[in-house]
Design a protein around this ligand. Structure first.
Ligand SMILES: NC(=O)CC[C@H](N)C(=O)O
Length: 725
């Protein structure tokens, strides 16, 4: 164990930690309190007059417009329910372009003018709020002096109570728009895209003869990966504290090479944290289902069940804030950064996507004989077209400085967007390309050679972890999404590109039918056409391989390696045409997102560069210089005593000290140089000049960590942060 006082102190704190033990009592807890803090349909049914309940339920389930005349009644019932649960304040919760969650609290208290006050919550305050919009990133849509922005209740995402030892708050999930109606958030375009996709999907369903077509929605199931690191360590690592990732840290003697953490026994302290978070999530009606150790030491995952994408997106944001808060109660920090530790796996947030409705079910369910399931094949073909035509937008939707460290690093898919169909579907589409599909590869039986075990069923197709967009049986998994990102952005793009593809399919089929073509032949030719024009996006092999990079470029697929390469996708004529045609984002909104993206990228790297220079100068260099002095003193003492001194250690440290100093100077100069650039040029400059300069400082510092006396090294090491808990 280290003799360095800072690190030793942190380790002693961890040993002394008495985190609350959290046990799950099935009888009293799980089922009983699921959704307890949500003003959902069941609670509404109990508390609202029948006619009002019916109208609100129609808004939630069918997407009908909310009758404003009912808002006062809903608000009053909501307030009574919330006050019974100790709530005094309400908050409109929204999702600005920071990717985070924002909330503005107001109290129910209303002065009545005679020196007294009543508790009141009106329909108007439920439906609409007005936070200051000027201090959120808006990419030029709002000037600082134009402060007004509005929040509006997303009725389909129920209000809920956020419990806190310092007071409970009634939270209303909202959209956030400017005074001119432009979206300043992630939720508004998500809702618009969902409506656009639904409209086109209904046309396709109608062609297949469905009469009772329910509202179509997209579903999303986000798998959240995260790291847990002890607070005592994080508090002594300015890089983790401020950038969410380590900017220094020598490779530890042991990493993830034994695969001994993945799916291993969950450490006690982490299990207590998981129980506490799950209890909180269940109360909020968030269907957390799966939990396990992930690949990297210190890394874990939670996966909820599929939900309607706008609700899933709100729940996902809530999950992240709940995890952060509860980790702290357990003396840990929850890190959502895509690559907190170099040399071990980063974290993704794989977005499982499907779409469907109440009456026709999940549209991506292949059934037993998918080759015969024309409707399913048309929906799949639409996805192939969408991803082929707009892979650049999908890549854009998950672009961030953090995610750049993970994509293509042989732990997550490359930045090239392709589709994995699996054996069964790939075979069917190949048959279609060759004239028509007549059979489906069937599920098999797996004999394991142990008499006592029943035969296991084997899926018709395998999985592929190297593909960014993989069919996994009844949904697609978009694996490129990063752990720190909102799922609203990729879901918005998926809905929009699906709207275009479904529009295309519906128009082709309608025209063919009108021209007198038999419907089945029309479907066959549509499928064949899509396979021919867009089959290039289908790739079932190893996405990590060098050959695929070459092959993808021959196929004309984009490889937008970094955020800087991806951001201009906002500005292409195709993007402008697509997003405006389906009413999702107008030109000004697209331009604002581009500018916010550039700004966020530049700010992120600039803060990391500041931290790199600061830590190198004030922590690493002093340790190195002290050790250098110690060695030099030793050399002179030996010489004075007439003993031959070995200078090699001193020379090695001196070289590293010189390299570190040169690196710091170079980094500062690189940061200075950024002032000569603007916009996307500045972002490119940060990528090409500042990031490499940071890496050179890190290289020298990590080498110093490997040689200095351990008691002089104050930064908690990878070994300590990843393995002690
Ligand atoms: N087991 C896994 O699926 C690893 C996924 C990987 N952590 C990622 O970033 O996507």
């Amino acid at each position: 164990m280290t003799a360095n006082p800072t690190r030793l102190g942190a380790i002693r704190d961890i040993e002394a930690n008495e985190a609350p033990a959290a046990f799950f009592d099935i009888a009293n807890e799980t089922g009983a309190f699921f959704g307890e803090n949500v003003f959902g349909l069941a609670t509404m049914q109990k508390r609202l007059p029948k006619s009002v309940f019916k109208s609100v339920a129609a808004t939630i389930q069918k997407g009908d417009k909310l009758d404003p005349a009912h808002a006062d009644i809903v608000a009053s019932a909501m307030k009574d329910w919330a006050m019974e649960k100790g709530v005094t304040h309400y908050a409109h919760v929204f999702y600005p372009l920071t990717g985070l969650t924002a909330e503005k609290h107001d109290s129910f208290m209303e002065p009545v003018g005679d020196g007294t006050a009543i508790w009141e919550f009106t329909g108007k305050t439920l439906i609409q709020g007005e936070p200051d919009a000027s201090s959120f990133p808006n990419g030029g849509i709002r000037a600082t002096f134009e402060a007004r922005g509005y929040t509006g209740w997303d009725v389909q995402s129920p209000a809920y109570i956020l419990e806190n030892p310092n007071g409970n708050t009634l939270c209303i999930p909202t959209i956030f728009v400017s005074m001119t109606g432009e979206a300043l958030d992630h939720k508004t375009p998500l809702l618009r895209s969902q409506a656009a996709m639904a409209e086109q999907a209904k046309r396709v369903l109608a062609l297949f003869g469905h009469k009772d077509i329910d509202n179509v929605v997209s579903y999303c199931g986000p798998e959240q990966e995260y790291f847990l690191v002890d607070t005592s360590f994080v508090n002594t690592r300015p890089d983790l504290l401020n950038a969410g990732r380590t900017l220094f840290g020598a490779k530890p003697p042991k990493g993830q090479e034994f695969d001994d953490h993945y799916f291993g026994a969950i450490p006690d302290r982490v299990l207590a944290f998981m129980h506490d978070t799950e209890r909180a999530l269940f109360k909020l009606g968030i269907p957390a289902k799966t939990r396990h150790n992930e690949v990297a030491p210190g890394q874990f995952e939670i996966a909820p069940v599929f939900e309607r994408s706008n609700l899933a997106s709100d729940h996902q944001q809530l999950l992240m804030s709940t995890f952060r808060a509860i980790a702290k109660q357990h003396g840990m920090e929850c890190l959502f950064h895509e690559k907190p530790f170099a040399g071990v796996n980063g974290s993704g947030k794989h977005v499982n996507f499907s779409f469907g409705n109440g009456n026709q079910g999940n549209f991506l369910n292949p059934g037993d004989n998918p080759h015969d399931n024309a409707q399913f094949l048309v929906f799949c073909a639409a996805i192939i077209r969408a991803v082929h035509l707009h892979g650049g937008l999908l890549r854009l939707s998950i672009a961030s400085a953090g995610n750049d460290h993970r994509l293509g690093a042989n732990e997550a898919p490359p930045a090239i967007i392709s589709i994995f169909l699996g054996d069964q579907l790939a075979d069917i589409f190949e048959q279609i390309a060759n004239g028509g599909a007549t059979s489906s590869k069937q599920k098999g039986v797996l004999s394991v050679g142990v008499d006592t075990l029943p035969d296991l069923t084997k899926d018709a197709g395998d999985r592929n972890r190297t593909s960014p967009f993989a069919f996994t049986g009844n949904r697609f998994e978009f694996r490129a999404a990063g752990s720190n990102q909102t799922v609203a952005a990729p879901m918005m793009v998926i809905n929009t590109i699906m709207a275009e593809a479904l529009d295309f399919c519906a128009s082709e089929l309608e025209a063919a039918v009108q021209a007198g073509t038999d419907f089945n032949s029309a479907v066959q030719s549509l499928l064949a056409k899509i396979v021919e024009n867009h089959g290039a996006v289908v790739f079932n092999g190893n996405g990590y391989s060098e050959e695929w990079h070459e092959e993808a470029s021959v196929r004309g697929l984009k490889n937008l390696r970094t955020t800087v390469d991806a951001l201009p996708e906002y500005c292409t004529p195709e993007a402008k045409e697509l997003f405006s045609k389906y009413g999702v984002l107008n030109e000004a909104e697209l331009q604002s997102r581009f500018e916010v993206g550039v700004e966020q990228y530049v700010m992120t790297i600039n803060v990391e560069a500041n931290l790199t220079a600061e830590i190198a100068q004030t922590t690493v260099l002093p340790a190195a210089v002290r050790y250098q002095t110690e060695l030099a003193t030793n050399v002179s003492a030996l010489k004075a005593a007439g003993v031959e001194a070995d200078l090699s250690d001193l020379q090695a440290v001196s070289e590293l000290v010189a390299a570190l100093r040169a690196g710091i100077t170079e980094l500062k100069a690189a940061q200075e140089g950024a002032h000569d650039h603007e916009g996307i040029e500045e972002a490119a400059y940060y990528r090409d000049s500042v990031l490499p300069a940071m890496l050179r400082v890190r290289e020298a510092a990590d080498a110093i960590e490997g040689v200095v006396a351990d008691d002089l090294w104050a930064l908690p090491t990878y070994q300590e942060m990843l393995f002690i808990r």
